[in-house]
Design a protein around this ligand. Structure first.
Ligand code: GAL
Length: 686
């Protein structure tokens, strides 16, 4: 396969999601003409169309999509073809109910919605093999097709699996991992509460238990197992496609969902990762009154995660209309300009391909309120105008295709800790607090940030792109990850960790070495005592260089080991007088251990001290509520400047810049219209 970093699109490309099976065939031609007229060059189709291809078991028919693809070919429209496995037909689940997913209490999830299958049923795997092979053999050389989408949004809507097939596959997964029951029992600490297993058949995926949580080490392995199942399912389809389709076609899947290692899946099975961007979720009416400062700008955090998977990604579904289902979710229509803003937000963060969901709102089914570009009445509307404006913009952005994102620093994650934080609420609380605070601070101070995920084969090269790494709460620390971080620091990098670091091993068991465990020699810190901040007390503060620094959520009381120094001490709280921030120089870099979770104030103080904040401040001044996203390529630098407010925003350019979208030179004070976006080429010092 191609490395996901490869640049698949040679120019910025715009698509739409289209469902020929939802419309009278007489509409196809005018739909394609209108799309092409609006600058759309790609349609994604077929990802839910299994019952069109195989109406009854073994009765395959390709006529319908043959006709549609022939029309696409004639019109010059390119196609991304979906495998339809997200929606098994009624005949299949009726005849083989073992393919169904189940709730934790064992109740099967029936036909009538979607994503109701499990990844491990031998029959579903076989049925998948057959339908994907048939499609790949029939369409694998089709001139209109440029790429394939596997399934739809793996792990979306359902990211837990409790069928009998899952329990059987879980046992195989565990046998491969542990070899013997003794090893499994030791790793899961099953001596606690007499949970010891004496036969593999005694082991199940989590089932309802008395009011306490299930064994946490089992649960951690269970999340790894779900990830393994989803990745194997993706690989099964990718291998079939690769064996049959033309080498010029790419393989992708869409989404960014929990309980799976999206990075590994992309490395192992895909040529391109695509994401589905729905920023309107920030305005879901159910959340009225709970809007926070970043609102739809939070989507930039997701896009930042996606960029860590695939620097030049695609957006397979870009929100175009108000979202909603008849049964849940109610959203306002994007304000004038907002649909264009959201699409440019995706392009700013690294999408070279953006495809809108969907061409026209469906007039039937669950998603009658999930609006597309066009409304039910099929007339031209303001969203179509914004789609046109976007395709015009993307033409002008062609020099940025494949441009990189220069970040001042990165936040480090790894899937052991991602999964552990999903099951362990102590872990989750500090991680959510810190990652959100760091991201928000980076956004509001205009300090570009990346995510980077540790993995087995991570190289120093991948880490040393960043002057600083924040790894807020690596609760689980392994020797391999500690070594990678050590090499990074020795090489000149700065590592910043927070409280609750290094106290668990890979199984999620607590270690008996002083915290931060395997990181201690790097950070030079020693955790003598620790506690959540009690609701009965004020947030403790520390003093750092004469300034007051909040120490929120959870506090480690730190000592410095020999060679390290205490930079800040608690002034209030039960640990008053103890170390709050410890620094150690190692090789040509340094490590900092902050004894608490991160918040806006302490993150800002650290970023300022490290000289990372606002790298473009000499070139441009923008208000906090405007986002800046830098891109660089071939010695050129551009700044996307995005206004998320429904009002004018003033920005100041301290030097002459080229306004790429308006094609003119700007300097001095400039007004950003409500939801307006500027892409500015900086002439100096990239
Ligand atoms: C996505 C999904 C689409 C559509 C859309 C709007 O998650 O991939 O098929 O359902 O949401 O609900």
């Amino acid at each position: 396969m191609t490395h996901p970093d490869s640049r698949l699109f040679s120019s910025m490309t715009v698509g739409v999601c289209y469902y020929p099976e939802h419309w009278d065939e007489g509409l196809w031609e005018s739909d394609l003409d209108r799309m092409l007229g609006a600058g759309v060059s790609v349609v994604r189709v077929a990802e839910f169309a299994w019952s069109i291809f195989e109406k009854t078991e073994g009765a395959f028919s390709f006529d319908f999509f043959d006709r549609f693809l022939a029309l696409c070919q004639r019109k010059g429209m390119k196609v991304i073809f979906g495998t339809p496995t997200a929606t098994p037909p009624a005949w299949l689940t009726r005849k083989y109910p073992e393919v169904l997913n189940a709730r934790r209490d064992g109740v099967l999830l029936r036909h009538g919605g979607r994503k109701h299958y499990n990844y491990n049923s031998p029959i579903y795997l076989e049925k998948t093999r057959i339908i994907v092979t048939k499609l790949a053999m029939h369409y694998g050389q089709h001139p209109a097709i440029i790429g394939w989408q596997i399934d739809n949004e793996l792990n979306c809507e359902t990211d837990e699996f409790y069928s009998e097939a899952d329990s059987a596959a879980f046992r195989v997964f565990l046998r491969n991992k542990y070899g013997t029951l003794d090893a499994l029992n030791a790793s899961w600490g099953t001596v606690f509460w007499s949970q010891t297993y004496t036969d593999w058949e005694e082991i199940f995926v989590p089932r309802p238990v008395a009011h306490v949580g299930i064994n946490p080490h089992l649960e951690l392995d269970y999340l790894r197992f779900i990830s393994h199942s989803a990745l194997s399912y993706c690989a099964l389809q990718a291998d079939i496609l690769r064996a049959h389709i033309a080498p010029r076609m790419f393989i992708t899947t869409n989404g960014l969902f929990a309980h799976m290692d999206n990075h590994k899946m992309t490395r192992e099975s895909l040529d391109l990762y695509t994401y589905d961007s729905y920023p309107d979720f920030a305005f879901e009416l159910a959340r009225e009154g709970q809007l926070d400062r970043l609102r739809d700008r939070w989507s930039s955090m997701k896009l930042t995660e996606v960029r860590s998977i695939c620097p030049h990604f695609g957006v397979m579904e870009q929100q175009s209309g108000p979202g909603g289902w008849y049964s849940r979710m109610e959203m306002p229509a994007p304000r004038p300009g907002q649909m264009l803003l959201w699409a440019l937000q995706s392009a700013a963060h690294g999408a070279d391909f953006v495809s809108f969901f969907r061409w026209r709102t469906c007039t039937f089914g669950t998603e009658i309120y999930w609006h597309g570009v066009l409304d039910y009445d099929n007339r031209d509307n303001r969203r179509l105008s914004e789609l046109r404006a976007f395709t015009d913009a993307m033409k002008k952005l062609t020099p940025l295709c494949g441009a990189s994102h220069p970040a001042s620093f990165a936040v480090v994650r790894d899937y052991d800790n991602v999964f552990d934080a999903q099951i362990d609420q102590y872990h989750r609380r500090v991680t959510q607090q810190s990652e959100d605070a760091i991201f928000e601070t980076a956004q509001l101070t205009h300090t570009p940030m990346d995510f980077v995920y540790l993995h087995e084969g991570i190289s120093l090269q991948e880490l040393k792109k960043y002057k600083a790494l924040f790894m807020p709460h690596a609760v689980i620390m392994t020797k391999a990850y500690a070594d990678a971080l050590d090499a990074y620091v020795r090489d000149g990098g700065t590592l910043v960790i927070g409280c609750r670091s290094g106290y668990k091993d890979e199984s999620g068991r607590c270690v008996m070495t002083p915290q931060p465990g395997l990181l201690s020699s790097l950070t030079g810190s020693d955790v003598r005592d620790f506690s959540f901040v009690s609701p009965a007390e004020e947030t403790p503060v520390a003093s750092w260089n004469g300034k007051t620094m909040p120490m929120p959520v959870f506090c480690d009381a730190l000592d410095a080991r020999e060679g390290a120094k205490v930079l800040a001490r608690y002034e209030t709280g039960i640990f008053a007088g103890a170390g709050a921030l410890v620094e150690q120089t190692v090789g040509s870099g340094r490590a900092l251990h902050l004894g608490s979770a991160f918040c806006a104030e302490n993150t800002r103080m650290i970023l300022d001290t490290l000289g990372l904040t606002a790298p473009f401040a000499d070139q441009i001044t923008v208000p906090e509520d405007v986002e800046i996203v830098p891109r660089e390529k071939d010695g050129r630098r551009w700044l996307f400047v995005l206004n998320y407010q429904e009002k004018d925003m003033e920005i100041t350019l301290h030097e002459e810049m080229h306004d790429v979208l308006e094609e003119k030179t700007l300097r001095g004070s400039v007004t950003l219209r409500p939801y307006g976006v500027k892409v500015l080429e900086v002439r100096s010092g990239s």
